[in-house]
Design a protein around this ligand. Structure first.
Ligand code: SF4
Length: 317
C-alpha cells in the first residue's frame, strides 16, 4: 500500500464528540483506541452539519422504507430537505477524500445502514429503513465498504469489514497508480486465496475477466475488476471456505513435509474446522512452512496478511 494515510469516514458521535440530539456521544473504544491507530478518521455528523444544532429534538423516519422523511418527533418539523441538501454537498467533499470505508452509527435515522425504524402513517414502526445520509452515501459510493459500529462487535463481521477496507485501499492504489493490464493481473494473483475464502463463484468470474485482459482498455478493466472484487469480498468468509483455502495452500508444499509434520498440520486444520482453535493457529503453522520452504507464490498471497497482525482479528474467528 502507499504511504498515504488510510482514511475512513465515521459518524462523529462514535469518536466521543457530544453531537447527539441529547448533547451526549456514543464513543466506541474499539474504533477510537484500536482501529484508530491505523486510520485517519473523517468525522461527519449529518444532523449537526444540516444545521439542526445540539441539543436538538429527537427525530425519526416516517413514510415508506424506500422514501422516508426525517421528522422531529415532538414538533413534527420535516428536516428531509435540509438533510438532502447537506448530504449532496458533503458527499461532493468526501469524493475528494479518497475514503476506504465508513463506520456508521446504528439505528440512527440519519446514519443507520440497515434495520432503522421507519414509522408508517398509523405510527407503526417497521425495521427496514436506512438513515437518510447513509442511504445517500451508499448510492454515491457503492463499492466503498461500510459497516455499523454495533455489528463490529461480532468478530466475524469485524474481520470481514476490516479486510474489505484494506483490500479496497489496495484497489484504490491500483486505480490511482494508473493501472496497467499487467498490474491488474498481478493484483488478482496476489488476492487469489483471499477471494477463494470469500466466494468461489466470484473467484472464477474474476479469473475469466483477467484471462481476457487484452480485450479491455486498462481503465475499464480496473473498474470492472474492482466492482466484482468488492462484491466477492462482501460475501462472508466461513470456516468451511477457510479450510478449503488452507488445504489448497498445503498442496503447494505437502510433498516436502515429513509424514509427522503433515499429520500435525492436518490435525491443526481439522481442530480449526471443529471450532477447537481460531484461524490464527493453522495459519501460523502454514506461514512457518511457507517461510522455511520459501514458497514465493504463497508468500505473496494477501490471504496470509490481509490486515495488521496487531489487530489480532484472526485470533477470534
Ligand atoms: S448518529 Fe449521526 S447524526 Fe446522530 S449524532 Fe451520531 S453522527 Fe450525528
Amino acid at each position: 500500500m502507499t504511504a498515504a494515510p488510510l482514511r475512513l469516514g465515521i459518524s462523529r458521535c462514535l469518536l466521543g464528540e457530544a453531537v447527539r440530539f441529547d448533547g451526549g456521544h456514543k464513543r466506541d473504544a474499539f474504533l477510537t483506541d484500536v482501529l484508530g491507530r491505523y486510520v485517519e478518521w473523517v468525522p461527519v455528523c449529518p444532523e449537526v452539519e444540516a444545521g439542526l444544532g445540539t441539543p436538538r429534538e429527537a427525530m425519526r423516519l416516517i413514510g415508506t422504507p424506500q422514501q422516508p422523511r426525517l421528522v422531529a418527533i415532538k414538533n413534527g418539523q420535516d428536516h428531509t430537505r435540509a438533510m438532502e441538501v447537506m448530504a449532496a454537498k458533503r458527499l461532493d467533499d468526501l469524493a475528494g477524500s479518497d475514503l476506504s470505508g465508513f463506520v456508521f452509527k446504528k439505528d440512527s435515522p440519519s446514519c443507520g445502514v440497515e434495520r432503522v425504524r421507519t414509522y408508517n402513517e398509523h405510527g407503526m414502526p417497521g425495521r427496514k429503513g436506512v438513515g437518510l445520509f447513509a442511504r445517500a452515501f451508499l448510492g454515491r459510493f457503492p463499492l466503498t465498504p461500510v459497516e455499523e459500529e454495533g455489528r463490529l462487535c461480532d468478530p466475524l463481521l469485524r474481520e470481514n469489514f476490516i479486510a474489505r477496507v484494506f483490500c479496497y485501499r489496495r484497489w484504490q492504489d491500483l486505480m490511482n497508480s494508473g493501472a496497467t493490464r499487467q498490474g491488474v493481473v498481478r493484483f488478482h494473483t496476489d488476492h487469489k486465496y483471499l477471494l477463494l475464502a470469500h466466494s468461489a463463484p466470484h473467484y472464477r468470474q474474476l479469473g475469466r475477466l483477467v484471462a481476457r485482459v487484452n480485450e479491455y482498455r486498462p481503465k475499464d478493466l480496473v473498474l470492472q475488476y474492482g466492482e466484482l472484487f468488492m462484491q466477492a469480498l462482501a460475501v462472508r468468509a466461513t470456516v468451511r471456505k477457510h479450510v478449503n483455502v488452507l488445504q489448497h495452500i498445503l498442496g503447494h508444499f505437502k510433498e516436502r513435509l515429513e509424514a509427522q509434520e503433515k499429520a500435525e498440520l492436518l490435525g491443526v486444520i481439522e481442530d480449526y474446522h471443529q471450532g477447537l482453535t481460531p484461524l490464527i493457529v493453522p495459519l501460523t503453522l502454514i506461514k512457518h512452512y511457507v517461510q522455511i520452504f520459501d514458497v514465493q507464490y504463497i508468500r505473496e498471497q494477501v490471504y496470509l496478511n490481509p490486515h495488521p497482525k496487531e489487530l489480532m482479528l484472526r485470533n477470534h474467528v
